[in-house]
Write a protein that binds this ligand. Structure first.
Ligand code: NCD
Length: 315
């Protein structure tokens, strides 16, 4: 059973992760219909509160809430009173006074969602906090892997690139390890530091060292906005050592799944042929994102009961 909030995967159990993934698999059917809406969260209010840029995550949460018939309201820092100096707590107090049921927050400071979750009675979903966690992204990644590989226990997932600054990587590491998968990292020393081994993963430096053994390779964008000056040379050099192109993919384990949370920097971490190639499941990740977020809203906001094993149950 999930509690009031979803702040990360660090403290979630295997049962909870499995429940979310199973529920998401049910909700997928709704998005395949002509009328993509069920009445599950009618009359509930979901607010998206984004203090950092986002396309996919915000649209995905917004669509998920709308497909469950919730009322949605968007707040973006670039057009709001934050620009006039209002603090996060004051913004949250004002939203609280309008009686929301759930807030989905993205913020550059690690821990911002945790602060709101402690201070307010409504559900808080972390849509990315600094370099800490991005749990809904990792859940949609795990659902996509499960679709192709079945049980993830004993599988190996390679995460390549700017792991240190990646909340996507952190949430995946926590979640995948709980499901019994092993995680191996590769990236330049400034972005893939040895202390990451404390999270229970192996750290390598050459991408070729991890491709041979991995069932899945997850490529990450360089988080330029979070890098210290001088932490990276040129995009061209990065791409030569850590980019995934067709020649490298040929050295990988046959059938390896290629994933990326987006946004992709084409020609840097992924060549266009690989990003759009037959082993890429990047668009499936996006489709699964809506289903995972529907499942999260449903489980956290306590929608009508969902009988097990029946797609029509959500109608
Ligand atoms: C990621 C993020 O914001 O952490 N994007 C996403 O949510 N799909 C990864 C990134 O920005 O590189």
């Amino acid at each position: 059973m999930l509690g009031k909030d979803l702040l990360g995967l660090r403290r979630l159990g295997v049962e909870e992760i499995t429940e979310i993934l199973d529920t998401a698999a049910h909700f997928r059917a709704v998005s395949e219909r002509r009328i993509k809406k069920v009445p599950t969260l009618r009359g509930r209010t979901v607010v998206t509160l984004f203090f950092e840029n986002s396309t996919r995550t915000r649209m995905s949460f917004d669509l998920a809430a709308k497909r469950l018939s919730a009322d949605t309201l968007g707040f973006s820092a670039s057009t709001s009173s934050t620009k006039k100096g209002e603090t996060l707590m004051d913004t949250a107090r004002n939203i609280d006074a309008m009686k929301p049921d759930a807030i989905i927050i993205r913020h550059p400071c690690s821990g911002a969602p945790h602060m709101l979750a402690r201070a307010f009675p409504w559900t808080v979903i972390n849509a990315g906090d600094g370099i800490n966690e991005h749990p809904s992204q990792a859940l949609l990644d795990m659902l996509t892997m499960r679709d192709h590989l079945g049980d993830l226990a004993g599988r190996t997932v390679a995460i390549v690139g700017d792991v240190y600054h990646s909340r996507v990587a952190r949430s995946n590491i926590f979640g995948l390890r709980k499901l019994g998968a092993s995680v191996v990292l590769a990236g330049p020393g400034t972005m893939c530091r040895p202390e990451l081994e404390q999270l229970g993963v192996r750290v390598r430096h050459r991408i070729d060292d991890v491709l041979e053994e991995a069932d899945v390779v997850m490529m990450l964008r360089i988080q330029r906005e979070r890098l210290e000056p001088g932490a990276m040379s040129t995009a061209r050099e990065y791409s030569r050592f850590y980019g995934l192109d067709l020649a490298r993919l040929r050295q990988a384990r046959p059938g390896i799944l290629v994933m990326h949370p987006g946004p992709i920097n084409r020609g840097v971490e992924l060549s266009p042929e690989v990003a759009d190639g037959s082993q890429s499941v990047i668009m499936e990740q996006v489709t699964n994102g809506v289903a995972v977020r529907m499942a999260l809203l449903y489980l956290l906001l306590g929608g009508d009961p969902l009988p097990a094993g029946a797609d029509h149950a959500v109608a």
